[in-house]
Design a protein around this ligand. Structure first.
Ligand code: F6R
Length: 260
């Protein structure tokens, strides 16, 4: 696991570099897209490169991590609409190139199985962007999630609903109670995982993710078993890392040609 500590715009550029490199080598690459605040610096940088440098997503495909259950089709906080607004419509992703779990499906169990099959059908995700919850969730795999889980329905914790109330007029009761989410094993199947975290509120989760024991109580710790994970954090999110100085020195000494 590589840990890079820097200011948020720099983290966004690093993640965008990795995606641009991938798309140049493999224009039909499969991207994994997270929703929320953390990836916005990446999406802004990708949109800028698309506009100003011709970075093309025309042949790429993308899969979302998760979706609220029951938010109506045109609800602005439905993750499908958020992803369209934050990235899909800002670049040249083809219509239909982005898929997400169907939180409005009549049969949610069938929808989850179909989603796993859709990811497998394109050969899996090449590069997955992740955020992390204050309780250590990735996607919506809340504490106690099976480390071997696949896409399924989950109940959001009170903490996550409070964290996300800022997107629902500050009203926790407007935040849905259920979601469909890729499982931890689904996420672990991605070939490269780039996780972003900023702000002091994420410091404990980042410490557990990088330095804590692997445990379902901090679901992100499963990433310690993945061979290619990049953790991009600002100073505040890195503030509880015991080996922060070591990570800084290691990154400073890293040859530029290595990339992430
Ligand atoms: C979103 C997702 C969540 C968020 C996490 C952090 O698709 O899967 O795991 O990444 O809740 O959210 P932000 O980035 O808004 O702090």
């Amino acid at each position: 696991m590589e840990v890079v500590i820097g200011p948020a715009p720099e983290l966004g550029r690093l993640a965008a570099d990795a995606i641009a490199l991938l798309l140049r080598a493999q224009p039909d690459a499969v991207l994994g897209l997270a929703t929320g605040s953390s990836p916005l610096v990446v999406y802004d940088e990708l949109a800028r490169r698309h506009d100003e440098e011709g970075l093309s997503f025309a042949r790429a495909r993308a899969f979302m991590l998760d979706e609220y259950v029951g938010l109506e089709e045109d609800h602005p906080e439905r993750y499908r609409n958020v992803i369209d607004k934050d990235i899909a419509t800002r670049v040249d992703l083809a219509p239909g190139a982005v898929q997400g779990p169907d939180g409005l499906a009549k049969d949610l169990v069938v929808a989850c199985r179909a989603y796993e099959e859709a990811i497998a059908a394109v050969g899996g995700v090449d590069l997955q962007i992740l955020g992390i919850g204050t309780d250590g969730h990735i996607a919506f795999n809340e504490p106690g999630s099976s480390l071997a889980s696949r896409t399924r329905i989950k109940t959001l914790t009170r903490q996550t609903r409070e964290d996300n109330a800022r997107f629902f007029d500050g009203d926790v009761d407007k935040v849905p109670t259920h979601c469909l989410t890729q499982g931890l094993a689904t996420i672990m199947s991605a070939r490269h995982i780039v996780l972003l975290a900023t702000g002091r509120g994420k410091a404990e989760a980042v410490h557990q993710l990088v330095e804590g024991p692997v445990s379902a109580m901090w679901p992100a710790t499963i990433l310690q078993h993945h061979p290619h994970v990049t953790v991009l954090v600002d100073d505040a999110a890195a503030s509880r890392l015991q080996l922060a100085d070591y990570y800084r020195e290691t990154y400073l000494a890293k040859p530029a040609w290595q990339g992430l």
